[in-house]
Design a binder for this molecule. Structure first.
Ligand SMILES: [Zn+2]
Length: 230
């Protein structure tokens, strides 16, 4: 009888271990309440997610995931907002200042992405070259990655780049060179300015940049609405 009881306890423990939070099935260290987020910010102000429209007045945002016009075909974000952790946002602001002298600016395509988005993206497109694995989370979930392109400030028009945003193709890679000279120059200019201000390329996607020590920022799953209320 004692042996059966022991077996029962073991089985109950195993079952308990496998019962995972559907919002965090891989049990990652994710801050998914405002309380957790705010305690991280109190401990380290550099982990605060900063609204790019506040730190870079007039920044051009085109948040594809706040529309249906993205690879998932549905609206992922309820607000077209862009947030990045404080040092990342500050570096981007400095980069935009420097670009202004050339008559150019950034168009932000995506920045901080709540982890729920990464879970859903992988369900729709389970290829980890272009979509982050939910087992590790995305650098976007850490507010330390940004997707962006260049625009002419006067006309608002985008400079021609190798592909459109989220083109999951070889042409999107930094290694792809069979392109018109001006397109190669535009891609190189974006890279030059971003690297100067502490960002690093992600080779398969010309539009994606990770900030220095990007993995040191915490994973989050708090919504834009919650951040706006804060
Ligand atoms: Zn990205």
């Amino acid at each position: 009888m004692k042996r059966f009881l022991f077996l029962f306890v073991i089985l109950a423990l195993v079952a308990g271990c496998h019962r995972s939070d559907p919002r965090n099935p891989y049990n990652l260290p994710i801050a998914n309440t405002m309380e957790m987020y705010l305690s991280q910010v109190a401990a380290d102000p550099n982990t605060e997610l900063i609204d790019l429209e506040e730190i870079i007045p007039g920044i051009n945002l085109h948040i594809a995931y706040a529309t249906e016009n993205n690879f998932t075909g549905i609206r992922i974000y309820t607000l077209p907002k862009a947030f990045l952790c404080r040092p990342v946002a500050q570096a981007l602001a400095a980069a935009q200042d420097s670009l202004r002298k050339l008559g150019l600016g950034f168009k932000i395509l995506d920045a901080y992405r709540p982890y729920a988005g990464t879970l859903y993206f992988y369900e729709v497109y389970p290829d980890t070259t272009f979509v982050a694995s939910p087992r590790t989370g995305s650098i976007h979930n850490r507010g330390a990655a940004v997707d962006l392109t260049l625009i002419c400030l006067e006309t608002g028009e985008e400079l021609e780049m190798p592909t459109h945003f989220d083109s999951f193709s070889d042409t999107a890679s930094h290694l792809f060179t069979d392109l018109p000279g001006h397109v190669l120059e535009n891609r190189a200019l974006l890279r030059e300015i971003m690297e100067f201000f502490g960002f690093h390329i992600y080779e398969p996607e010309w539009w994606h940049y990770n900030f220095t020590n990007a993995r040191s920022y915490p994973l989050r799953d708090v919504s834009f609405e919650e951040l706006m209320k804060n």
